[in-house]
Ligand binder design. Structure first.
Ligand SMILES: [Zn+2]
Length: 55
């Protein structure tokens, strides 16, 4: 059963995509999502945010 996520050991490049819930990284080599890369918008967990923190 093929994985829905990128399985490249060393992706040459990734790019970030945005949907209505958050952002996620896509592997440029296979065009699949990087597992665990999804970041939801509006996280209220008190941790440092990678996105929107500058506003
Ligand atoms: Zn890949």
């Amino acid at each position: 059963m093929p994985s829905e996520y990128c399985e490249c050991k060393n992706s040459t490049n990734v790019f970030t995509k945005i949907n209505d819930k958050g952002t996620f990284d896509i592997c440029d080599d296979c065009n699949k999502e990087i597992e665990g890369s999804f970041k939801y918008f509006n996280q209220h967990d008190g941790k440092k945010h990678d996105f929107y923190d500058e506003y």
